[in-house]
Design a protein around this ligand. Structure first.
Ligand code: PMP
Length: 494
């Protein structure tokens, strides 16, 4: 009897794929996120590529929400995991000392900013980024005896309650919210160094005005590049100002490098761009080499904790430590930070050219291989910024990246309305073309690229080609002004 034909194989694979997706939507929580926009069933993955159960292949620029510095299943990561498995070492070790953990700490400390590496302590937490954020808050509260915290509009620090309070969508008063500098949607309407300076002055005045309503805080937490907040790189000068302002007032500065760490932004840690040394660093995602791991690293004089002050059953994941050690060493030995910086700059430049062609792109920004393309509504004729309601257009891609923006502009730069619908459409069109991208930003209007640092020039070109094609398709089908009409209808309850 003849075996199944290729056609039968393909249709069986498609049926399996659809069955899994159907069961997922019937059985998993309504809170699921990526699974809604990306109806794929990954069964194999290597580097930038994912293969679905239906046999389709995708270029993955989501990278586990920025976790996979070396892409999927990198050989050095697999080898490190296999070595632990074959050695008979315990896989679970609480916070006991092990050779695997010892090697991880040595590699981690080797990468730290010089001001921290000689005086660092590390606390292993529960395995998520949000666990490390909670631990950092607990640490600075213990060290200062204060309780309030400073955080920034648009921040994302995680989903446990303390981390949520410090994230942009919370409304709690224990955390005072400060403006984060940004060019395209600058809260002061000026962008550039001037906008960042105003943001810094606001921070100073909140701290120094005895009637600001904000007590002297236990710490300030910031992301050197806001990721979920829409890919907003903080200007280096502003980072230095925050360091100065906090140091002058004995406020520990916590850098959340959960997403920016391990070379992603073109420096091993994103704080290195500005040369500052934070008091505390919160690390997760890439440090586990694709497996769950989170730590808080801090200056030793903050180490006031009593034994057991912070714990977590899963703080001794040996496989994650081995995978993380291999990842950090590979990034260091292969100069992948420099690679991320150079390739990221090239990709940003190419995307800015795309923005000149398509007014639905309001802004292109990023640092290293953390890239965002903000989708916006156009005026009625499809041109940017021509009607009063749209404001004065920044020009396509006008916000720029670090340090670019409105200084010297004749008029304040007002952004066009964000378009979550266009961003979702671009994500869908990308998926149709075999490209997985992330969405983010305050209005979910930013198409995000977080490719692995190992992406080749040819792969980067393929990513940009598919993205450009997707944007062109969306722009072609877009009815200018339709977003505004929808907004009007929503406002009037229609
Ligand atoms: N901080 C930042 C900057 C993040 O981007 C994230 C996750 N996107 C977190 C904290 C929370 O990490 P986790 O989802 O592992 O809790």
């Amino acid at each position: 009897m003849a075996g199944p034909t290729a056609l039968q194989d393909a249709s069986a694979a498609r049926a399996a794929h659809e069955g899994i997706l159907r069961r997922q939507s019937a059985r998993e929580s309504a809170a699921r996120t990526y699974a809604r926009a990306l109806p794929i069933v990954p069964v194999r993955a290597r580097g930038l590529t994912i293969e679905g159960a239906d046999g389709r292949r995708y270029l993955d620029c989501l990278s586990g929400a920025g976790t996979l510095a070396l892409g999927h299943n990198h050989p050095v990561v697999l080898e490190a995991i296999r070595k632990v498995l074959d050695s008979g070492a315990p896989l679970h070790a609480l916070d006991l000392a092990t050779p695997v953990k010892d090697a991880f700490i040595t590699e981690l400390f080797r990468t730290l900013p010089p001001g921290l590496s000689g005086h660092a302590r590390v606390q292993f937490c529960g395995p998520a980024g949000t666990d490390a954020v909670e631990a950092a808050f607990k640490l600075v509260r213990a060290a200062t005896g204060r309780s309030a915290l400073l955080a920034f509009a648009g921040a994302y620090h995680g989903m446990t309650s303390g981390a949520l309070e410090a994230s942009g969508h919370a409304s709690d008063v224990r955390v005072a919210r400060l403006p984060y500098p940004q060019d395209y949607r600058c809260p002061f309407g000026v962008g550039g160094p001037q906008g960042a300076e105003l943001a810094a002055r606001w921070t100073e005045s909140v701290l120094d005005d005895p009637k600001s309503g904000v007590p002297l805080p236990a710490g300030m937490i910031l992301e050197p590049v806001q990721g979920e907040g829409g890919v907003l790189p903080a200007p280096d000068d502003w980072m230095r100002r925050m360091r100065q302002i906090t140091a002058d007032r004995s406020i520990p500065l916590i850098a959340d490098e959960v997403q920016t760490g391990v070379g992603r932004t073109g420096a091993f840690w994103a704080v290195e761009h500005s040369g500052i040394t934070p008091d505390v660093m919160v690390l997760s995602k890439a440090i586990g080499g694709s497996l769950p791991l989170a730590v808080v690293v801090y200056r030793d004089d903050l180490d006031v904790w009593e034994p057991g002050a912070h714990a977590g059953t899963f703080r001794g994941n040996q496989l994650a430590m081995a995978a993380g050690t291999a990842t950090m060493a590979y990034v260091r030995e292969n100069a992948l930070t420099e690679r991320a910086a150079a390739l990221g700059t090239r990709m940003l430049n190419q995307l800015r050219l795309l923005a000149e062609e398509f007014p639905v792109i309001g802004d292109v920004r990023g640092r290293g291989l953390m890239i965002g393309v903000e989708m916006v509504e156009t005026g009625e004729s499809g041109e940017p910024g021509e009607s009063e309601e749209w404001g004065v257009g920044a020009g396509p891609g006008g916000g720029g990246g670090v340090g670019a923006g409105g200084v010297g502009s004749p008029r304040p730069v007002l952004p066009r309305p964000a378009s979550p619908a266009l961003a979702a459409a671009v994500q869908r069109e990308c998926l149709r073309r075999g490209l997985i991208v992330e969405l983010g930003g305050r209005h979910s209007s930013v198409v995000r690229l977080l490719p692995p640092l190992t992406i080749t020039d040819e792969q980067a070109a393929a990513v940009l080609d598919r993205l450009a094609d997707a944007v062109a398709a969306v722009a072609r089908d877009h009815v200018p002004g339709s977003g505004r009409q929808q907004q009007r209808r929503r406002r009037s309850g229609g």
